[in-house]
Design a protein around this ligand. Structure first.
Ligand SMILES: Cc1cc2nc3c(=O)[nH]c(=O)nc-3n(C[C@H](O)[C@H](O)[C@H](O)COP(=O)(O)OP(=O)(O)OC[C@H]3O[C@@H](n4cnc5c(N)ncnc54)[C@H](O)[C@@H]3O)c2cc1C
Length: 338
């Protein structure tokens, strides 16, 4: 989880969520022998979703939310309200129901491009302790295997790749095989394997208007370069809640979508355009190699790349210059940097 998520949550009064977790301040990026390893500008947090989500629910309930457990199958919109499954009326609905969102389907919005990833928990390998390790794949770009030290002797390990129309999706055995090929031994002793889709964002992202809002994966908001989605989910969840509350205060719940679109366009659109372009570039092994060499050579380029993959970053002048220089320079294997 990116540190920016904690900033967003602190902004709505939720603090202390990861006080008992160990932060991870090193990131190693690699591909086929090229490596860029550095300290990150701020540490990230590796926390099982089971823990994080339960804490978020507790915080929401403590702040006055009423928790009702119900699997939504569909919704109908009348002139004055939205009704979920013919039984739960609402003035405004925020569909934050993930990659296979029933709310998105009910709005008739198609799913966009996607990736598929498998993750498990395994004993952390000695050479990968205290770090987030990412090894980019050699096919089906962007793709990568990862090992993220949880700080308790285990690592969150996995592999994910972009899906393409007309190409069969990889099965579990294939995903595990790719993980082992890219990070040998990472899956050894692994358990609790779970596979899931990641709906990738595009430069053309547009939220729906009206009383039904979509946030996070339901809105197709996963970084196409890194697979990061928690920051977007929290950012758009907060924006959706605020838009709904403001529209209700104004007595115009049907305007919630409009308010939400205005707020999210401002915080997201330029970033989404830049990540879409970067993800296209990342299909080229030459560009990935250049990005690694540029990141190994310059902390600023490294930091800007991390920001692009984690939260609200852009293709900054430092990144563009660094990439350009690395592309014209003769290729040399890089070494881990301090
Ligand atoms: C293997 C893997 C690893 C990942 N690693 C990272 C990472 O390291 N960092 C990162 O930032 N992102 C990561 N992501 C992406 C991240 O998990 C998602 O972007 C993020 O979880 C999106 O949050 P969300 O709340 O929108 O959706 P979800 O986390 O999927 O939550 C959706 C919720 O809605 C509920 N729900 C679903 N359908 C219904 C229904 N019909 N009715 C009622 N409730 C429903 C679900 O039970 C769930 O609680 C990873 C994804 C995968 C697949």
């Amino acid at each position: 989880m990116a540190p920016h998520v904690l900033d967003l949550l602190a902004g709505v009064g939720v603090t202390g969520l990861v006080d008992d977790r160990v932060p991870v301040g090193r990131l190693r990026l690699g591909r086929g022998g090229l490596t860029a390893e550095r300290r990150t500008a701020r540490p990230s947090w590796v926390v099982p979703r089971r823990i994080l989500d339960a804490r978020l629910v507790d915080a929401a309930v403590a702040a006055g939310a009423r928790l009702l457990r119900h699997r939504v199958r569909g919704l109908r919109q009348h002139a004055g309200a939205v009704v979920l499954d013919d039984e739960i009326p609402a003035a405004v609905v925020v569909g934050a129901d993930g990659a296979h969102s029933a709310v998105r389907r009910a709005l008739g919005r198609p799913r966009g491009p996607a990736a598929l990833a498998l993750r498990g928990y395994a004993p952390v390998a000695p050479g990968r302790r205290g770090a987030q390790v990412i090894e980019f794949g050699t096919r089906h770009q962007p793709s990568y295997a990862w090992s993220f030290d949880c700080g308790d002797g285990r690592a969150n390990v996995g592999y994910g790749e972009t899906l393409r129309e007309g190409r069969p999706a990889p099965n579990r055995a294939r995903l595990l095989e790719r993980l082992d090929a890219l990070l040998p031994g990472a899956a050894e002793g692994g358990e609790d394997w779970v596979g899931h889709h990641l709906p990738l964002s595009t430069a053309r992202w547009r939220p729906p208007a009206g009383r039904v809002l979509l946030a996070g994966d339901a809105a197709g908001l996963v970084n196409p370069l890194s697979g990061e989605g928690i920051h977007y989910a929290v950012a758009t969840g907060i924006a959706a809640g605020r838009a709904a509350a403001a529209a209700l205060r104004e007595g115009r719940p049907e305007r919630a979508g409009e308010r939400y679109a205005r707020a999210t366009r401002r915080i997201l659109l330029p970033h989404l355009r830049h990540t879409a372009l970067a993800a296209r570039l990342a299909r080229s092994p030459r560009a990935v190699g250049a990005a690694l060499r540029a990141s190994a050579a310059d902390q600023r380029v490294f930091d800007d790349f991390v920001e692009l993959g984690l939260a609200r970053g852009r293709l900054t002048p430092a990144v563009v210059l660094g990439l350009g220089r690395a592309l014209v320079a003769p290729a040399r294997p890089s070494r881990p940097t301090p």
